[in-house]
Structures are given as structure tokens and as C-alpha cells.
Design a protein around this ligand. Structure first.
Ligand SMILES: Nc1ncnc2c1ncn2[C@@H]1O[C@H](COP(=O)(O)OP(=O)(O)OP(=O)(O)O)[C@@H](O)[C@H]1O
Ligand SMILES: [Mg+2]
Length: 213
């Protein structure tokens, strides 16, 4: 977490190999980021993700590409693949839209397609950059349940950038606060002991982040 412009998305992009750091080395899942031998080990939902309006693919097809990235394009889809795709689509409550073209969906619905695509491969690491900004409260709750399911059932790790940590406060192992540099790195309990509550309202969050130095 951190205020606007503190470097959260930049750090994620470096971690994912989308940007090259000016100094230092990055290792992701033991490999060079951006050149993973199995890209499906990683799920990534970028901030403000949108599909091209004329993309001729349905919700199911887009979510299935996330599954195939993990299990190989050459393999014929099995029942378990179809089930994982259906499960991911239902997890973001897009069941009734599964055959719609993604470009026709609203911005918040497109964001939920991105989340489903990332969830469908049961990634070992799921990287989410403000995934629920612009997503309604009920979908946020379902998303939280899916992430907890991923962590508990599939042993996945989740790296989440968010201004809305209230919904997941109880599930966090570690909190890193950025403000051009790392100003806090520790457990939620340690953060609380410095007088900061994760249950704070989203609109107050930038204020108390400003106070951390
Ligand atoms: N490739 C780049 N080269 C130089 N500066 C950059 C680059 N990418 C981003 N920046 C700058 O780095 C700063 C941090 O940007 P970044 O997008 O990481 O912030 P953020 O913490 O994700 O903010 P927000 O909460 O608004 O999403 C900004 O001032 C941005 O303009
Ligand atoms: Mg950002």
C-alpha cells in the first residue's frame, strides 16, 4: 500500500519483468521475471485493465486462455479445465455473461474477467494491482472469497496492491508501505502497534499513510 504515485505499480512491473530496474536484480519464482518457463505459475491483474472494444472473444474464451497458459496450449481441454474456467467465472459472478463478448462489458465487469482469467490457472503467485477499484461491494466479497480459496486450497500466494484493505485485513501476513521507498515492512500487528488500523476507511487511508515516515 501507499499513496498515489508512491511506486506501487512500478514495483510490481519491475517484479514481473515488464520494466527493467536501473540497479539490482529481480528473481521471480526462482527465475528471471518475464522469462518464466511456465507463465501459468503467475497470475497478474494490471491496474485499469480493459479489453479492446472489438476483441472477438467471449468471457469463457478469455478466461480459458488463463487456464491454458498454465497447462499447455497443446493439451486438449479436459473436464477439470472446463470446471476451473466455470468456477473462476462464477467466482466473479459473471455466469450470466459467460458467452458475451468481453469488449461489450462494462469497465467493472471487464476487471472481473481479468480476475477470473488470473484465478483460472490456480497460480502459485497471484499479483493484483488494485483489483477491486471500480468493482461493486458484492463482487468484492466474492473476489475476497476466491482469493482466500486460492490461498487455502491451492497453496497460492497473493501480492495485492489496494487502498481498500478492510475486506482482507484479517487475511494479511505482511504489509509493505511505499512512499517512493519502503517506509514500513512488517505484520499487520506491527502496523497496528504504530497506531495504524487496517480497518480504516479507504478515504482516510492516504492521510495516515502520509504520516508514516
Ligand atoms: N517508466 C517510468 N519511468 C519514470 N517514471 C515513472 C515510470 N513509471 C512510472 N513513473 C513514475 O513513478 C511514480 C510512481 O508511479 P506508480 O504508477 O508506480 O504509482 P502508484 O503507487 O502505482 O500510484 P497509484 O496509487 O496512483 O496507482 C509516478 O510519479 C510515475 O509518474
Ligand atoms: Mg498504481
Amino acid at each position: 500500500m501507499g499513496p498515489n504515485g508512491s511506486g506501487k505499480s512500478t514495483l510490481l512491473r519491475i517484479l514481473l519483468g515488464l520494466l527493467t530496474p536501473e540497479s539490482g536484480d529481480v528473481t521471480l519464482l526462482g527465475e528471471h521475471p518475464g522469462r518464466l518457463s511456465n507463465p501459468g505459475r503467475l497470475g497478474y491483474v494490471p491496474q485499469r485493465a480493459r479489453f479492446a472494444p472489438d476483441l472477438p472473444a467471449t468471457v469463457t474464451e478469455v478466461v480459458a486462455t488463463g487456464r491454458l497458459a498454465r497447462h499447455g496450449w497443446w493439451r486438449r481441454p479436459r473436464d477439470e479445465d472446463r470446471e476451473a474456467v466455470t468456477h473462476a467465472i462464477n467466482a466473479v459472478d459473471l455466469g450470466e455473461f459467460k458467452d458475451r463478448r468481453v469488449g461489450e462489458l462494462s469497465g467493472g465487469q471487464q476487471q472481473r474477467v481479468m480476475i477470473a482469467k488470473a484465478l483460472s490457472s490456480d497460480p502459485e503467485l497471484l499479483v493484483l494491482d488494485e483489483p477491486v477499484a471500480g468493482v461493486d461491494a458484492e463482487s468484492q466479497r466474492q473476489f475476497r472469497d476466491s482469493v482466500v480459496h486460492l490461498i487455502e486450497q491451492h497453496n497460492g500466494a497473493v501480492l495485492l496492491v489496494s487502498h481498500e484493505l478492510g475486506a482482507v485485513a484479517d487475511d494479511l501476513d505482511r504489509v509493505v508501505v511505499l512512499k517512493q521507498r519502503v517506509v514500513f515492512d512488517g505484520t499487520p500487528a506491527e502496523l497496528r502497534s504504530r497506531g495504524v488500523s487496517l480497518g480504516v476507511h479507504a478515504e482516510d487511508l492516504p492521510l495516515w499513510l502520509e504520516g508514516l515516515d
